[in-house]
Design a protein around this ligand. Structure first.
Ligand code: NAD
Ligand code: ZN
Ligand code: ZN
Length: 347
């Protein structure tokens, strides 16, 4: 079968032939129907050797941690899954047994590292291939009638903002403001989740006019370029109070600093982007009682909820579709900042 692999540090991913996996006991083989392109792939392919090794992803790495597919083969002992069934993949694989996993929070599994369990596309072979091996049937959520191509990115670009936002819901009462920094793959879904689940006004901030246009089209109340005036404009729009919740989908030094200057007293400052920005936190460095959070991906139950939001027509992913052969081009466009919404690979 074909697989898009990152094979050498600093080189572009290439399409290669690899053996088609067979599902062992408890496992499921999916025929991939769609695979999403995340900025985190770009991040890992930009790491120097030493840092890449520290993450333990290994080489060669078949990319793709957003996946959807139909059940092609079922391993011994698997029940409750039918051949041909259309599935979304829950990506942050955990052990299934620790206290976190028992709550469905496999994204925060405390045993995965020591057991060598890694998500598909982030250590285990990923979804940018003709077939994808799922380590355990519990990591599949039925898509039902949802179109896999249009919805595959909900497994990360939907689930990650959903997880970040649901933990802040009590602060997003009527009259409050939420700021979304970065209206790309995650950000444009985050804006919709905020509008669907809260009465808060949503302000989007980005470097690109095209992304601001996308932000407005998916429901942002205000959208503005990130420049020297952004903080004072947001302060002005909020009557000097600032935003109750700021979600930084970039996480670079300028954006974490912007976040800390526009967050309100008792607000949440949530860093989702992995841009390497650092925020010094101490008494007086942020407004009183601000909570700084760095959430990762989301829970199994939340993936079901995100898919239900899509079924209810409350969120949609803006997608640009590429073939597996054109997947390297999708990464080039992502790098250039010219993908509108999310790039999706269809083998
Ligand atoms: P993306 O490239 O689709 O979107 C990023 C957006 O940020 C773009 O619209 C870009 O124009 C904008 N941007 C870049 N620099 C900016 C700046 N200085 N100010 C304002 N806007 C700026 O990326 P994505 O796939 O949506 O991922 C977003 C970030 O989240 C990445 O860092 C990614 O690695 C990370 N991520 C984290 C998690 C997690 O669990 N914490 C999960 C998935 C992705
Ligand atoms: Zn991702
Ligand atoms: Zn666990």
């Amino acid at each position: 079968m074909r697989a898009l692999q990152y094979r050498a540090i600093g080189s572009a991913p290439v399409l290669v032939e690899v053996d088609q996996p067979e599902p062992g006991p408890g496992q499921v083989l999916l025929k991939v129907s769609a695979a999403g392109v995340c900025h985190s792939d770009q991040f890992l392919m930009g790491l120097p050797q030493e840092q890449y090794d520290a993450y333990g992803f290994g080489l060669p790495l078949t990319l793709g941690h957003e996946g959807a597919g139909t059940v092609e083969a079922i391993g011994a002992g698997v029940t409750g899954v039918s051949l041909g069934e259309s599935m979304a993949v829950y990506g942050p694989w955990g052990c299934g047994r620790c206290h976190m996993c028992a709550q469905g929070k496999e994204n925060y599994c405390t045993a995965a590292a020591s057991l060598g369990i890694q998500p598909p596309g982030l250590g285990a072979p990923g979804s940018m291939a003709d077939y994808l091996l799922i380590d355990d049937a519990r990591h599949l959520v039925p898509l039902g009638d949802l179109d896999p191509v249009a919805n595959v990115s909900l497994t990360d670009a939907g689930l990650t903002p959903y997880h970040a936002i649901t933990l802040s819901l009590p602060k997003l009462v009527a009259g409050t403001t939420a700021v979304v920094i970065g209206a790309g793959g995650l950000g444009h879904v985050g804006i919709q989740i905020l509008k669907a689940m809260t009465p808060a006004r949503v302000i989007a901030v980005d470097l690109s006019e095209q992304k601001l246009e996308l932000a407005r089209s998916v429901g942002a109340d205000e959208a503005m370029l990130s420049d020297g005036d952004t903080a004072s404009v947001i302060r002005g729009l909020t009557g000097g109070l600032g935003a109750s919740v700021v979600i930084d989908f970039v996480g670079a030094q300028p954006t974490v600093e912007l976040a800390s200057t526009v967050v309100a007293v008792e607000g949440d400052l949530t860093i989702v982007g992995i841009g390497g920005g650092m925020l010094p936190v101490g008494f007086g460095s942020v407004p009183y009682d601000v909570a700084v959070r760095t959430p990762y991906w989301g829970t199994r139950a939340e993936l079901m909820e995100v898919l239900d939001l899509a079924r209810a027509g409350r969120i949609t992913v803006e997608t640009e579709v590429f073939s597996l052969a054109d997947a390297p081009l999708a990464y080039e466009k992502l790098h250039a900042g010219t993908i509108r919404g999310r790039a999706v690979i269809v083998p």
